[in-house]
Structure formats: C-alpha cells, structure tokens
Design a protein around this ligand. Structure first.
Ligand SMILES: Nc1ncnc2c1ncn2[C@@H]1O[C@H](COP(=O)(O)OP(=O)(O)OP(=O)(O)O)[C@@H](O)[C@H]1O
Ligand SMILES: [Mg+2]
Length: 508
C-alpha cells in the first residue's frame, strides 16, 4: 500500500438545481500520475476546483497525506504545495514570460528587483522540463508554448502536487508526448504527484498509473491503468449507450468555387509576417484540411478570415466577390467561423447562452423588431440549438462562462452550424470534447460538406484531418508547403513537412 499524496473523500458540490458532484472520492498516490476521465460536464473541473479551494465543497473533505486540510482558497492550496493549471489560460497576455512567472507568486515583495528575478528565474529555467524565452510577450506565444508556460509557472512554485485540467487539448500529439513524458520523469525522479484531466485515452494508457472516471457528477469507477482497457473506460464514461455517428463522405455533383484566398499576407500581434503569401481555393462540397503545428500562422489566417485581424496584402473572395470580413459580409455570404479558444474569441462569458447563440443575428428578424430585442424569439431559437447540439445543462439563461469547457465549444458550434453555412471555417473544432461529442461534430461537418458547404478545416489533429478532408494542405512557417489527399497521405511525410523539413531529402 503506497502513501497517498492527496485524497478527496465524498466531495459534493451543487450549483443551483444542478448536483455537479455527488459524494465523489479519489485517491492520488505519491509519485504517480492519476488520470481523471469523464464526458463534457461530468464534473471533472469542478472536482479539481474543489480540491484547490477555488470552490468550497458543500460536503466532504480533502486530505493531504494523512492530515485533513482545510483548503479555503487557492492561496491555501499553494501554501500546502498544490498547484493547478486551469482549463483556460490564466496568463496575462500583454506581459512577458518573466513578468508572468514573477507575478504568479502569491507572496510578492513590495518592490520587485527585476534584474535579480531575471537571473534567478533564468537559472532555474535551465532545470525545467521546457525552456521558454523570458523576454517574449505572452501574446506572441503559440498555444502549445502558453501551456508549457502554465506548467513551468506551477513547477517554479515548487509544488508537490500538480493538477492539470486538460493540458494537452492545445498540444499536438508530439508536444503532448514531450510534456507528459517530462512530467512522468518528474514523478519518478522527484516524487511529484500529478492529477490530470484528459479526454485522450491514448494519454491515459501511456502515461497514467491510475484512472478515475466520473459520470454525471458521480464516481463511476477507479482502476490501475495496467488492469484496465479503453473499451471498459469508455463504457464507464457514457454507460453502454454510445453509438458512433460516423457519416460517410458522399460525392457532391456541382462544386462551385466558394472561397478563394489569393496571396494573403497577415501580420501577428508584433507586426511580423505570420501568413506569408498564402493562396488556396475551397469548392462547395469539399473539406480542405490545413494540417500543421500550432504557431505557424494558422491562428492569424483564421482571424483574418473571421474579420478579426487586418490583412496587409492579398485578397479573400467569397462566391467571386471581395470579402472584407465585416459582419454584413458574413451574413450575406453565409460565412461561418469557429475560431480557437471560443470562450475568449467567440463568446462573452458573462452573457447568457441564449444571447451568445444569437450573436450573429441579434439585430435582424426575428430577434429584433424596430430596434427592440425580442428575448422570447432569442430564447426559443437557443432552446432548439441547445437540444440539437446536446449542450448541458440545457438552460438558455445561464451565463455561457458557467458551462463546462466542452459545452462552451458545443454551444458555439451550435451557433455556427445551425443555419446551413455556405462557407465554414473551423479551427480545432474538437478541442476539449469528449469522444462522443467528437464523433457527433465530425458527422455534422461531414453533413455540411455533403450538403454543399465549402469547409476549411484548420486542425492540429492529423487524425481528424485524415478523416474529414478531401484535400490536405500542410502549413509551416506561414506558407502552404505540401499538398496531398487522404488516400495518398503518409503521416510520416506530412509530419516532416509540418516540422519544416519537407525538402530534407533534396538538401545537399
Ligand atoms: N460556476 C458554475 N455555475 C453553475 N454551474 C456550473 C459552474 N461551474 C460548472 N457548472 C456546471 O457543473 C457541471 C460540471 O461542470 P465541469 O466544468 O466540472 O465539467 P467537466 O467535467 O470539467 O467538463 P468538460 O470536459 O466539458 O470540461 C456542468 O454542468 C457545468 O455547467
Ligand atoms: Mg472541464
């Protein structure tokens, strides 16, 4: 019987009418990695937030080692050596890496000696599993680097227990292997104990020692990973009710040219070129997949398409007409877009789900009449979309920021997919979704394609691209560097182009 680093016993938490956690227990063994699995909205984030004192549980207790500990707030948790990386980034975007690392400390001196801090943190950074440039502003970091920074931030605080809420959602499989591999080394070498939430069975099977599954707020089961298998875990997650919704690719007769991008150049936040003269075309009834490692201009490309970032050269045309990304253009052309990090980029957290769902059309019929917002109509449409996309809880009136991470994603997808789009741009649509939802969303994207929508799918998940795309393009260093089809695609060659080494074989 190994020692426990942390134990949660019969933790319950209720939000209004919703019993988010119902007597949930979990044991984290010292020096191990414990995975926490469950569908979107199962209560995973709520449980770890109760453990670190972000929420006060209604009932139950948290023990640290043998001792019961009252953890009333995240600062208590920190003083006890528990650190947490939240599901959404908590970095301050317009500050540097160094500033973020220093300001993360709960006890700061009145005057900060930045030169001394820089030296001290620089020295300790050498021993961290990942190195990050101290003087770069956070908003210039790619998603994967931000995630590494969140983890380093906790490790520099000397935590003994590290809690990670879906750290790999924003990472490519290679990055995830790097991060989890390094973390596993730390559990073996320095006795770090890790509780990690993930939706990826592969990561559970490869890196975790133990696993606990939650189902609708209840403890569904726990096991040693060595004694279990994916099928068993999937059944614990959803019961035996799961049926795959995979949809076949149909041949589409008439393929009009719907989206054209012509030598597009877009700058990143610092003014440097991020998209460097990119051209592509998407026809109706076609999914064009852009594969690539995050930070190669995908975000800037999608933001330019969504009208959220100016283009400084080139042209975007929809149905042959120049498109400037204004809301009127979006509506007229049936252009829909799902950007990355929807809670930050495509939703207003404190506004209700219904209001967020109505964003595209809040000033049009039937939501507006003579300048008045018609809340009844808005709510009715929201209720329908919530039912169609299985957003939980199915309550239009609650702030969207109170939904679980995966349910925010579903709600935004409901908004962008409910009217049939003419052109659809999606970036990492299944980020943070449980496996049932992934198969559902893939079916919806395929259905839109089969019905004639032109789909541009930007994704770091190569499996997703191989499943959905008719043509695959690889983006690296702001350019499209390779094109192939799903039938001819070789993951090794694609991976090489993603890493920017596509021409290696021809080099002298
Ligand atoms: N602050 C809050 N107020 C009201 N309801 C909340 C709040 N936080 C969470 N909930 C609800 O509690 C339930 C559990 O949410 P939680 O975020 O723990 O799910 P999760 O398992 O982390 O899901 P995901 O995989 O989507 O991140 C959800 O139904 C969610 O809407
Ligand atoms: Mg969550």
């Amino acid at each position: 019987m190994s020692t426990l680093a942390l134990e949660a016993i019969n933790v319950s938490k209720r939000f209004g009418d919703l019993q988010a956690l119902d007597k949930v227990s979990l044991q984290l063994r010292q020096g191990s990695i414990h995975a926490l699995l469950g569908e979107n909205g199962a209560g995973k984030s709520t449980l770890v937030k109760c453990i670190v004192g972000f929420y006060v549980p209604d009932d139950g207790e948290v023990l640290l080692g043998e001792r019961q500990q009252a953890i009333a707030n995240p600062r208590d948790a920190h003083d006890l050596g528990i650190g947490m990386v939240y599901q959404h980034f908590t970095l301050i975007p317009n500050m540097t890496v160094l500033e973020n690392l220093v300001l993360a400390r709960p006890h700061l001196p009145a005057v900060i000696d930045w030169r001394k801090e820089r030296e001290a943190i620089g020295a300790r950074m050498q021993k961290m599993p990942f190195q990050l440039p101290l003087d770069v502003s956070v908003n210039q970091l790619a998603a994967g680097e931000k995630q590494k920074l969140e983890i380093v931030k906790q490790l520099l605080l000397n935590v003994k227990v590290l809690i990670l809420d879906e750290p790999t959602s924003v990472l490519t499989p290679n990055e995830a292997d790097e991060v989890l591999g390094r973390i596993r080394d730390m559990t073996r070498d320095s006795g770090l104990s890790v509780l990690i939430i993930t939706h990826k069975f592969r990561e559970v099977m490869t890196y975790a020692d133990d696993v606990t599954v939650l189902r609708r707020g209840k403890h569904a089961g726990s096991a040693r990973v060595a004694d279990t298998n994916i099928k068993f875990l999937a059944e614990l997650m959803v019961g035996s009710e799961f049926t795959s919704t995979a949809l076949a690719r149909e041949s589409v007769a008439e393929q009009t040219l719907k989206l054209e991008i012509d030598t597009l150049k877009v700058a990143d936040d610092s003014g440097k070129a991020a998209v460097k003269g990119l051209s592509l075309q998407v026809r109706g009834g076609e999914v064009v997949g852009i594969a690539g490692v995050s930070g190669n201009g995908q975000r800037e490309l999608v933001e330019a398409l969504a009208g959220q970032r100016p283009q400084f050269y080139g042209e975007i045309r929809i149905m042959g007409e120049a498109y400037a990304g204004q809301r009127a253009d979006l509506l007229r052309h049936g252009f829909h877009c799902l950007p990355e990090e929807p809670l930050r980029n495509a939703a207003v957290g404190r506004m209700s789900v219904a209001e967020n769902l109505a964003f595209r059309r809040f000033d049009r019929q039937p939501f507006s009449f003579g300048g008045w917002l018609r809340r009844g109509a808005m709510r009715a449409a929201a209720t329908q979309a919530i039912a169609d996309f299985n957003v939980r809880p199915p309550v239009p009136g609650i702030p969207i920021g109170n939904l679980s991470g995966g349910n925010v994603q579903r709600a935004i997808l409901a908004r962008e997919l409910s009217e049939r789009p003419n052109v659809l741009v999606v970036a990492n649509p299944c980020f943070g979704l449980d496996f049932g939802a992934v198969s559902e969303i893939h079916a919806r994207i395929m259905a839109a394609r089969n019905a004639g929508t032109a789909v541009l799918l930007v994704s770091e998940d190569l499996d997703e691209i191989l499943e959905l795309a008719d043509r695959i393009l690889v983006m690296s260093g702001g350019r499209l560097v390779y094109e192939t089809t799903p039938t001819e695609a070789d993951p090794v060659i694609i991976g090489r182009h993603m890493a920017g080494h596509g021409e290696e074989t021809h080099a002298h």
